[in-house]
Design a protein around this ligand. Structure first.
Ligand code: PLP
Ligand code: LYS
Length: 435
C-alpha cells in the first residue's frame, strides 16, 4: 500500500516504510524524535534537474541550496550526484570543506557577508561569489587585490516580483533585504563597479524570487525582467552575460492542498524562456544555474516522534503531544506551515477522528499540526510527519534546552546514522561557571 500524497509505503505489519526500512523499527533502534531520509529520493530529485538540462543540451549548473539541510553526509551525496553547492555562511562553507566538496563548485551567498566569510571563500578558491550589496563589492575587490586573485562574481538582483508564498520567504520583491534593486538604478550602478573590474570576473545575474513557489509564471516574469536589464547593459555597455542564475524556490507537497509541478517542467519552461530572450538579444546562450534546496531534500525526509500525553477537551479539541516540536520543526510556528502525518505503527488504519499535534515546548504556539485525521491514538504510538527534509534539522534549535535529534539515512533498506543525537553534555558544553 502507498501512502496518499507522500512517497512512502506500508508493509504487511501495517507499519510505515521509508527507503525499504520499517519506520517503527528505526524509531526503536535510534530513539525519537528522529529525522529519516530516503536517499534514493534525494538522488532522484537531483537527477530530475540535471537530466532535464542534459536532454535539452543546455549548459547548466544545479547547486543544492545547503541551507535546506547541511551535513557532511548530505553534502557527500550532493558531490556524488554532480551537484554544485550554494552556501550562505562560514558554517555552511566549513561543512562543505569538511565534506571535501570540490571548492570550484561552491557558490557563496549572503546579504551581509563578513570579511572572514569572504576571506575563507577566496582562500579556498570557491567557484563564485554572489554579490549582494555595495559594501561587499568594495570588500571583495580589496581582498582579491590583497590575494592577487581573480574570482567569478554574479550580482544578485531583486526584480520587484511578489510570489504567492509566505511573506517571510519572499525575496524577489522590491522591499527586500536581498540584492540590488533593478528598478531604481542601483543594479546598474553596481554593474558599473563590477564590469571590467581588475580582479572581479563579472559573469552575470542572480535572481531568487522566494521559496515554496508553484506558479512557473513567476519565474518566467522574473526572467523577462532580468533580460530587460541585460538588453540595456548590452546596448549601453556591450555586456554579454555568461551566466544566468535563476535561484531556487520550487515548491513541494507538504499536504494534499499542494500540487507540485514536476521539476522537469520548471526546467523546460525556464530554458524555453531564456532561449526566447537570447534570440531576441542575438547573444550566445548563457549557462543557466539553478539553486533548489527544498526540492532536493524536502519530500525525502520525515520526522518520527513518540506520542506522550493525550488531552481531550470535550467539545473543543483533542491534543496529542509528541516528544519534539518547534525545536526540531520551526516552520509551523514561523510560517504557519501545514504538514500531514500518520501513525507509523498503524499506517494502514483508517482515520476515526481529528486530533491536534502539540510539541512539548513551553509555548502555546508550539503546535505541529492542527486538526489531523488519525486512527485511535495511544501513548507510545510513533507519529511520522512527512516532508520535513528541508528546513527541519537546519532550523532546529535548543529552546527549552532540548537536544537536537539524530538523522538517519536509508538507502535500499540499509539504515545509517549520519548525524548523532545531541547529548545534554553537548548542550551545556559552551556554558562557563560563574562561581
Ligand atoms: C538565494 C537562494 N537560493 C536558493 C534558495 C533555496 O530555496 P528553496 O529551498 O526554496 O529551493 C534560497 C532560499 O530561499 C535562497 O535564498
Ligand atoms: N526556511 C524557509 C525557507 C527560507 C529559504 C531561504 N531564503 C522555509 O522553511 O521555508
Amino acid at each position: 500500500m502507498i501512502i496518499d500524497n507522500h512517497p512512502f509505503e506500508v508493509n504487511d505489519k501495517g507499519h510505515l516504510v521509508i527507503g525499504g526500512a520499517d519506520a517503527v523499527e528505526l524509531a526503536q533502534k535510534y530513539g525519537t524524535p528522529l529525522y529519516v531520509y530516503d536517499v534514493n529520493i534525494i538522488r532522484n530529485n537531483c537527477k530530475a534537474f540535471i537530466e532535464t538540462f542534459d536532454k535539452m543540451e543546455v549548459t547548466a549548473k544545479v547547486a543544492y541550496a545547503s541551507k535546506a539541510f547541511s551535513s557532511i553526509a548530505m553534502l557527500q551525496i550532493m558531490k556524488q550526484e554532480n551537484m554544485c553547492l550554494d552556501v550562505v555562511s562560514e558554517g555552511e562553507l566549513y561543512t562543505a570543506l569538511q565534506a571535501e566538496f570540490p571548492t570550484e563548485k561552491i557558490h557563496l551567498h549572503g546579504n551581509n557577508k563578513s570579511l572572514n566569510e569572504l576571506r575563507m571563500a577566496i582562500e579556498n578558491d570557491i567557484g563564485c561569489i554572489v554579490v549582494d550589496n555595495f559594501r561587499e563589492i568594495e570588500l571583495i575587490g580589496r581582498l582579491l587585490k590583497e590575494y592577487n586573485k581573480q574570482m567569478d562574481v554574479l550580482m544578485r538582483v531583486t526584480p520587484g516580483i511578489e510570489s504567492k508564498t509566505h511573506q517571510y520567504i519572499m525575496t524577489g520583491n522590491e522591499d527586500s533585504k536581498f540584492g540590488f534593486n533593478l528598478n531604481n538604478g542601483q543594479a546598474e550602478e553596481a554593474f558599473k563597479l563590477l564590469w571590467n573590474h581588475e580582479f572581479i570576473k563579472f559573469k552575470g545575474l542572480h535572481c531568487h524570487i522566494g521559496s515554496q513557489i508553484f506558479e512557473t509564471d513567476r519565474f518566467l516574469i522574473a526572467t523577462e525582467v532580468l533580460f530587460q536589464e541585460l538588453k540595456n547593459w548590452k546596448n549601453t555597455y556591450g555586456f554579454i552575460p555568461e551566466v544566468l542564475n535563476l535561484g531556487g524556490g520550487y515548491g513541494i507537497r507538504y499536504t494534499s492542498e499542494e500540487s507540485p509541478i514536476s521539476y522537469d517542467i520548471y526546467v523546460k519552461e525556464l530554458v524555453t524562456e531564456v532561449k526566447k530572450h537570447v534570440q531576441m538579444l542575438a547573444i550566445p546562450m548563457p549557462e543557466i544555474w539553478l539553486e533548489p534546496g527544498r526540492a532536493i531534500a524536502g519530500n525525502a525526509g520525515l520526522t518520527l516522534y513518540t506520542v506522550g500525553a493525550i488531552k481531550h477537551i470535550p467539545g473543543i479539541r483533542n491534543y496529542v503531544s509528541v516528544d519534539g516540536g518547534m525545536t526540531d520543526n520551526l516552520r509551523p510556528a514561523l510560517y504557519q506551515a501545514k504538514y500531514e502525518a500518520v501513525i507509523a505503527n498503524k499506517a494502514s488504519a483508517p482515520p476515526i477522528s481529528e486530533v491536534s499535534i502539540a510539541g512539548k515546548c513551553c509555548e502555546s504556539g508550539d503546535m505541529l499540526i492542527w486538526d489531523l485525521p488519525l486512527p485511535k491514538v495511544d501513548h507510545g504510538d510513533i507519529l511520522a510527519v512527512f516532508s520535513t527534509g528541508a528546513y527541519g534539522y537546519s532550523m532546529a534549535n535548543h529552546y527549552n534546552r532540548f537536544a537536537k535529534p539524530a538523522v538517519v539515512f536509508v538507502e535500499d533498506s540499509q539504515d545509517k546514522l549520519v548525524v548523532k543525537r545531541e547529548s545534554y553534555q553537548d548542550i551545556i558544553s559552551h556554558d562557563l561557571s560563574y562561581e
